[in-house]
Design a protein around this ligand. Structure first.
Ligand code: F6P
Length: 549
């Protein structure tokens, strides 16, 4: 039993039924599933907005999907979904509502937190961001010396970096190419150095992005950026023209010396990793313009509405979440690969790592007890075709089961020249070939029929049976990006709901932060740190020796 009297997940009849189903499934091969149902290729597909989802290459039957939906019903995933959309405090360990969906609600929507409609506030900030973004883009906002701003440097980390940095890359073709936009996150001084070394301070705007405005990396980098600026402009008043803040913490922003008028607000009901469609997206909005940013929000909203209203049978985030559970909990899969066939999506998987792993990397359930089932997978991947020449060998012939998402687009980005556009079919030929090879493999008979010597047959055989989801859209637009991100946000939600964990806190990152603060004086001053373990003490001593201290 859970502390609240509910049956523990792995003791529910729905879970037990899936265990049994998995045993019966045994060695069923995707080749068998396709042989039994040739219509599967077109039947196991769904459309949400611009995204065409093919899940035919999964180790599932209608029965599997039914049993998985029953597990979702037993764990009241859709009830929790409704509570989230209603603004209930479903982030119980932090006693907060979870309302990233309100960030993309239409102007006339009503979403209440504690009886207050938050939507007007959301749109007031979006309007303020749009006004500021237009001023930067038009040159109306000038730096302290009257020069136009040509460089924008976002300083933030985690959710205050990965989202805008990812989206800026994804939508590069939609950006103002005359603006230089960079992202600094690492407390390694090299990051800020490389981002600013060729910039003119008089033409540079720093956006300090931090929900809490207490994150040591961000505050340290922002302080160094201010020093860099003032070394050149030699007037404290310059800070007001060259620094803006994105935060929920007005007090700390003012303490840092940023004019509260230059702060773009968001709220505690927006999790950091769910925040780039809030004020945290200001750098992106400056780069692509307010209209494109709003198109992106429309894309998010489209998938929100789908998740909120589509029946369970055709609800794509529900399906993707449940497929992950099928592999993670019933096939012992440890990881999940996301493999976009678009160079512009080069940072997409890194963004999803925080979204998924910070949300669902938990071994304590909502009731405070340790779970007895696997939770979030290791999420990883890089764009194809590069990965094919690096680690796909392990996916094809390694000993691990690695379910994967393949994301591709029918059209190359419009601004490519004809010759580069022509390469797109080759890119996508690889995209389709990989999911085929992963699913169907190559039998020893097929290998022998090619005249391969007997001693090499085993080496050249591909077992196949590797499950993949194909996500295909016509083209990569701001709206499509919003749709993709919302899809993964809600998939992560579904999984956390089934596993009965709080997907919206992140206590697991606190200990390292606390210890770093304690260890720092040992490095700089050789101070005694009480409670430092012998291994770390010796390493600190070695570090000081190497630094000649
Ligand atoms: O340490 C983890 C974390 O709290 C993330 O959840 C968050 O996105 C990141 O740090 C940055 O936090 P902030 O925006 O408050 O600087």
């Amino acid at each position: 039993m859970n502390a609240d009297g509910r049956t523990r997940l792995n003791q529910t009849p729905e879970w037990t039924a899936l265990v049994k189903h998995r045993e019966e499934f045994a060695d069923t091969h995707l080749r068998d599933l396709f042989a039994a149902d040739p219509g599967r290729g077109s039947g196991y597909t769904l459309q949400v907005g611009d995204l065409f989802i093919d899940y035919s290459k999964h180790l599932v039957t209608d029965e599997t999907l039914r049993l998985l939906r029953e597990l979702a019903a037993a764990t009241d995933v859709l009830g929790l979904r409704d509570a989230m959309f209603r603004g209930e405090r479903i982030n119980t360990t932090e006693n907060r509502a979870v309302l990233h969906t309100a960030l993309r609600a239409p102007r006339d929507a009503v979403v209440e937190v504690d009886g207050e409609n938050v939507v007007p506030g959301v749109h007031a900030v979006l309007d303020k961001m749009a006004g500021f973004a237009e001023q930067i883009r038009s040159g109306a906002w000038t730096g302290h010396t009257g020069r136009r701003i040509r460089n924008v440097v976002n300083i933030g980390i985690g959710g205050s970096d990965l989202g805008p940095a990812m989206a800026y890359e994804v939508l590069r073709a939609f950006t103002d190419r005359d603006l230089t936009v960079r992202f600094v996150s690492n407390v390694d001084g090299a990051d800020l150095h490389e981002a600013t070394r060729d910039l003119d301070p008089a033409e540079t705007l720093f956006i300090v992005a931090s929900k809490t405005f207490t994150t040591i990396e961000t505050v340290t980098n922002a302080t160094s950026a201010r020093t860099w600026l003032l070394a050149a402009l030699r007037d404290e008043a310059a800070v007001a023209r060259h620094f803006v803040a994105l935060s929920t913490n007005a007090g700390k922003v003012a303490e840092f010396g940023i004019d509260p008028d230059n702060m773009f607000e968001f709220w505690d009901w927006v999790g950091g990793r769910y925040s780039y469609d809030s004020a945290i997206g200001l750098s992106l909005m400056i780069a692509i313009g307010p209209d494109r940013f709003r198109e992106m929000l429309d894309g998010f909203r489209l998938v929100d509405e789908h998740f909120r209203t589509a029946p369970a049978e055709s609800n794509v985030p529900l399906l993707l979440g449940l497929l992950g559970i099928w592999y993670g909990n019933f096939h012992d899969a440890q990881s999940h690969a996301v493999l976009p066939y678009s160079h512009y999506l080069s940072k997409f998987t890194a963004y999803l790592q925080q979204l998924d792993m910070e949300s669902n990397g938990k071994y304590v359930g909502r009731d405070g007890r340790e779970v007895e089932w696997q939770t979030g997978p290791v999420v990883w991947g890089t764009p194809g075709t590069n990965g094919q020449h690096a680690y796909y060998q392990l996916i094809h012939q390694g000993t691990k089961l690695i379910p994967a998402d393949f994301i591709g687009f029918a059209e190359p980005v419009a601004e490519l020249g004809d010759e580069l556009k022509a390469q797109h079919d080759l890119l996508m030929a690889n995209f389709f070939a990989q999911t085929q090879a992963l699913a169907f493999g190559k039998t020893p008979e097929e290998v022998r029929a090619e005249g391969v010597p007997e001693e090499l047959v085993a080496h050249k055989t591909f077992r196949g049976n590797h499950p993949t989801t194909t996500i295909l859209a016509r083209e990569l637009t701001p709206s499509v990006l919003g749709q993709l991100v919302a899809l993964y946000e809600h998939k992560v939600f579904v999984q956390g709901a089934v596993w009965d964990i709080d997907s919206f806190d992140q206590w697991g990152v606190e200990l390292g932060k606390v210890l770093a603060k304690r260890v720092e004086p040992a490095l700089t001053e050789g101070a005694e740190v009480p409670g430092l373990d012998p291994s770390t003490t010796a390493l600190v001593a070695k570090y000081r020796e190497l630094r000649g201290r």
